[in-house]
Design a protein around this ligand. Structure first.
Ligand SMILES: N=C(N)NCCCC(=O)O
Ligand SMILES: [Zn+2]
Ligand SMILES: [Zn+2]
Length: 328
């Protein structure tokens, strides 16, 4: 497959849809080269096909494949940010991190190791999950390099609960564990898009104690999108930021293919606009999780996940530069 290359930096870009139909060939993210097809890279798109941490509908283990398959229509220029995310930096598809579907703690260790190896090259990660459990090992690896990071967490759910059925490591608990382990900046972390029923008022009090501020859907309703964006920017400032996007932050009308859907969520347009506000941020890495294709319709959730990833890659391209990574 002939990949495009950018004239300026010689980065290997996506396969050109004007000469090779976009539905042809194997699906890497955005038809980008694989890790073994480049000598250096700035950003690794990596899949984590893990969903043993879910509390309701399983299936996010198929998320990485679905998002890749749904990313064939992306084009190289992002006019909303005036940036070419695949020309300004070398982006590669690093494949999937293999992890146990049977033992959660074993899988968490594998994910942390896989993320460590990629980050050790100096690259940034854009991870495609997988259920939200995977944010914990990803944050462990990121904090090892950058120290505690400002987490901007887009989700319908807090994911700061303590345990389910006695299990500490689930998709409802990653940010509590991350806070306990000192991985997050407790002065600068924020949830966006929170909504729906909780177990009790203590959930919110616990969450604040843990170090999060919540910009809820009712807040967005009251203050508008610009007000919400301003609150997030003020909270994060110029600290190193890790963005974690649970696709269920979108309304189920925009993203039905997910395990714990909650009505009353963001539109795709609102979410993409919110992500663009990180174009000036020190965005150290990011993830998109909880895409579960078995419940998807017409690839809506897959397309939404692919566009979320594209905006995150665009924000990385637009923001402060990092040293390119050497392969191997
Ligand atoms: N992280 C996601 N998507 N969901 C958490 C739901 C936790 C619960 O079942 O109460
Ligand atoms: Zn969620
Ligand atoms: Zn979540």
């Amino acid at each position: 497959m002939p990949h495009t290359s950018s004239a300026d930096a010689g980065h290997v870009g996506p396969v050109d849809a004007r000469t090779v139909p976009r539905f042809a060939g194997p699906a890497t993210f955005a038809r980008l080269p694989r890790l073994d097809q480049v000598t250096a890279f700035d950003v690794a798109v990596v899949g984590v096909p893990f969903d043993t941490g879910v509390s309701y509908r399983p299936g996010a283990r198929f998320g990485p494949g679905h998002v890749r398959e749904s990313s064939r229509l992306l084009r190289p220029y992002n006019p909303a940010m005036d940036v070419q995310p695949f020309a300004a930096q070398q982006v590669v598809d690093a494949g999937d991190i293999a992890c146990s579907p049977f033992e959660i703690e074993d899988a968490i260790a594998s994910i942390e190791r896989g993320a460590d190896e990629l980050l050790a090259t100096g690259a940034r990660l854009l991870t495609i999950g997988g259920d939200h459990t995977i944010a914990l090992p990803l944050l462990r690896a990121v904090a090892r390099r950058h120290g505690p990071v400002a987490v901007v967490h887009f989700d319908a759910h807090l994911d700061t609960w303590d345990s389910y059925f006695g299990a500490d490591y689930t998709h409802g608990t990653p940010f509590r564990r991350a806070a306990e382990e000192g991985l997050i900046d407790r002065e600068a972390s924020v949830h966006a898009g929170i909504r729906g029923p909780l177990y009790g008022p203590a959930d919110l009090a616990d969450d604040r104690r843990i170090g999060f501020t919540a910009v809820t859907c009712p807040d967005i309703e009251a203050d508008g999108l610009a007000g919400a964006i301003e609150r997030i920017r003020a909270r994060v400032g110029d600290r190193p930021v890790y963005i974690s996007v649970d696709i269920d932050v979108l309304d189920p009308a925009h993203a039905p293919g997910t395990g714990t859907p909650e009505p009353g969520g963001l539109t795709s347009r609102e979410l993409l606009a919110m992500l663009r506000c990180f174009r000036d941020s020190n965005l150290v890495s990011a993830d998109v999780v909880e895409v579960a294709p078995a419940y998807d319709h017409a690839q809506l959730t897959g397309f939404a996940g692919a566009h979320v990833a594209y905006e995150l890659l665009s924000a990385m391209a637009a923001g402060p530069k990092v040293e390119p990574a050497r392969r191997g």
